[in-house]
Design a protein around this ligand. Structure first.
Ligand code: M6R
Length: 591
């Protein structure tokens, strides 16, 4: 959801290559356009282009400046174009923005009446114009005055040729400061600073900072100087490379076993705190968006089956506006890979304000969600670059499994936990042996793909469908197998593929009925299964994707690998880039 990067160095240094590299590492946050502004001897130079960051490369060869700011955009207000690309310039002021200014129409109208003109359709240009009007020799003073007029969310960086500084402000969009050897950085996220600095500070909402080559002066919302703790930068350059894989999606799929294993190892560090936080719990609400919500559907089943606690799962965007009933003893479990998803963070804030305890399940220990939560269950998936979530989903399921066991009073060395310890090897075996090639071919030629399952298989069906539509653009739906005959059957034709996930022997017969109903209507059918009888029944009539046998509560991990691989192979067959699906960004920090 837009990535920003800035760098300031001493006399004779060049900040441009650093911000360019930073942008490339932030591209998962948006790839509609990119731009860089640098303070050079001749003033401020700006290069901006529609498309991916690489499009800037031919234009920045001769660009050199001790100060540079940069932006990679996920378009919200105004189409992807050169003009709507950041940085925005007004007078000598250059600005990059991540977030949404909700009152921009009002401000734009007022400024237009007062004679200002605008080049772009963006909300961000309004900030640049306001800033120019407020600037009278002090970047900080102008920034403070400007943000007072804004409603919405922002991470801002501003430069001008008159001052050897970068001014920044943060509210509800992430921003970190990085301390390099002879330069200071600022960026949306740690990967931008991998290999550049080993220590970072995370800014809080309402913070301002003034960066110079010597360091960062940080002020809180009441303009009091504050120190924001220096923490290690966890992003490592080597981990961010493709490592010989053609796409991050495939690389990250192969990292599923490590994600489950490392999440298991990390859990012991929080187990006692989890037990404390859940003590006296009467009701659990699991929330998140997209894939994280789908992990929550699996988690709901764990909390109910292992601990016997009534649990609801709701998407964070719905939870916020559904007037949730939160009574004494409610724990809200908020799941998010990035820990920055606006709806999930706001759902957690709402839950806290109503007296619930909030438990975060996240990959991002410095995120807004972690800072809000009473306790965080770490998902040790490592950096996930591909927009489509893979290893973070399986890591989240492992984290929820262990959390539910802890709530049930079972320790991490108990029998059920031991079954999870076997899963990294089983997932690795699945990745090695699962053959989805022929099914991917069927999907790529189809007009629609319907994923079905019962109980935990239904949760995986939802995820399989999301993954497929996200990276292949084929219309898809994931629904409970029992619902087929209540509507979706009307859509079944020889041009559609129905994928039925069957990993619970006890429910297999019922799910096979759904396959028969699809076949009777001349639809194409496939099963993803680890049940022998299903294979025997359907051989030659439906495509079979075979999974290794495992505990029914952990089958979603192996089935997830199969549906993720299916989505990947289908996208590649259709020549789509699975790492950068159209219209999407990885971290959705606006509503
Ligand atoms: O960072 P989060 O886990 O909060 O992100 C939530 C969703 O935006 C995310 O899972 C999205 O659905 C994925 N791109 C799906 O692959």
């Amino acid at each position: 959801m837009c990535g920003i990067a800035g760098c300031i160095c001493g006399k004779g240094g060049n900040a441009v290559p650093d911000v360019y590299e930073g942008l490339k590492r932030l591209e998962y946050r948006g790839y509609d356009s990119a731009g860089i502004a640098a303070v050079t001897d001749d003033g401020v130079t700006v290069v901006k282009k529609r498309g991916v960051v690489e499009k800037l490369f031919p234009h920045i060869g001769g660009m050199k400046g001790e100060i540079a700011i940069a932006h990679t955009r996920w378009a919200t207000h105004g189409k992807p174009s050169d003009t709507n690309a950041h940085p925005h310039v007004s007078g000598g002021i250059c600005l990059v923005h991540n977030g949404i200014i909700e009152n921009y129409c009002e401000l734009k109208e007022k400024l237009s009446r007062e004679g200002e003109t605008f080049l772009s359709e963006t909300d961000s240009e309004v900030i640049a114009v306001l800033f120019k009007r407020n600037y009278s020799g002090s970047l900080t003073a102008a920034l403070i005055k400007t943000v007072k007029e804004l409603k919405g969310s922002y991470a801002l960086m501003v430069i001008c040729k008159e001052e050897h500084k970068i001014a920044v402000a943060k509210y509800k969009s992430p921003l970190i400061i990085g301390y390099g050897k002879d330069r200071i950085y600022c960026a949306s996220d740690e990967p931008a600073l991998a290999g550049k600095c080993s220590e970072i500070s995370v800014l809080e909402d309402g913070d301002f900072a003034l960066l110079s080559e010597d360091g960062a002066e940080i002020f809180d919302s009441r303009l009091r100087p504050v120190a924001r703790k220096k923490q290690p930068n966890r992003a490592v350059s080597a981990e961010l490379s493709l490592g010989g894989y053609p796409h991050y999606m495939l690389k990250e799929l192969h990292e599923v076993p490590a994600s489950v294993k490392n999440t298991f190892s990390a859990f012991s560090g929080v187990e006692s705190e989890i037990v404390k936080t859940f003590s006296g719990v009467k009701r659990i609400i699991v929330t998140g968006c997209g894939t994280a919500y789908h992990a929550g559907l699996v988690g709901k089943r764990y909390f109910e089956s292992f601990a016997g606690i009534p649990t609801d799962a709701e998407t964070a965007g719905e939870f916020r506006y559904s007037e949730p009933v939160i009574t004494d003893g409610t724990v809200v479990v908020a799941i998010s890979q990035s820990g920055e998803t606006a709806d999930t963070v706001e759902a957690a804030r709402l839950a806290l304000s109503r007296g619930a305890k909030v438990v975060a399940v996240t990959n991002s220990p410095y995120s807004a969600l972690t800072r809000l939560a009473c306790v965080t269950v770490p998902v040790a998936a490592g950096a996930e670059i591909c927009v489509a979530a893979t290893k973070s989903y399986t890591g989240q399921i492992a984290a929820l499994y262990l959390t539910a066991l802890a709530v049930a009073g079972e320790t991490a060395d108990g029998e059920r936990a031991a079954r999870l310890a076997d899963m990294p090897a089983l997932c690795a075996k699945t990745i090695e042996n699962v053959n989805v090639s022929s099914l991917a071919h069927m999907c790529a030629k189809s007009k629609g793909v319907y994923f079905m399952g019962r109980d935990l298989d239904y949760a995986v069906a939802r995820e399989g469908s999301l993954k497929l539509k996200e990276v292949s653009y084929i219309p898809s739906e994931g629904y409970p197998a029992g619902e087929l005959k209540h509507g979706t059957l009307a859509l079944i034709s020889p041009k559609t593929v129905s994928v039925v996930i069957i990993t619970d022997k006890a429910l297999a017969e019922k799910s096979v009925n759904a396959v028969e109903q699809v076949l009777a209507r001349k639809g194409k059918a496939a099963v993803i299964t680890n049940v022998d009888d299903v294979e025997d029944d359907l051989k030659g009539r439906a495509e079979i994707v075979r999974l290794p046998r495992c505990d029914k509560f952990l089958a979603p991990l192996a089935a997830a690998v199969a549906v993720q691989e299916l989505a990947y192979r289908t996208a590649v067959k259709l020549r789509r880039n699975p790492d950068k699906p159209r219209n999407l960004a990885k971290s959705v920090t606006v509503e």
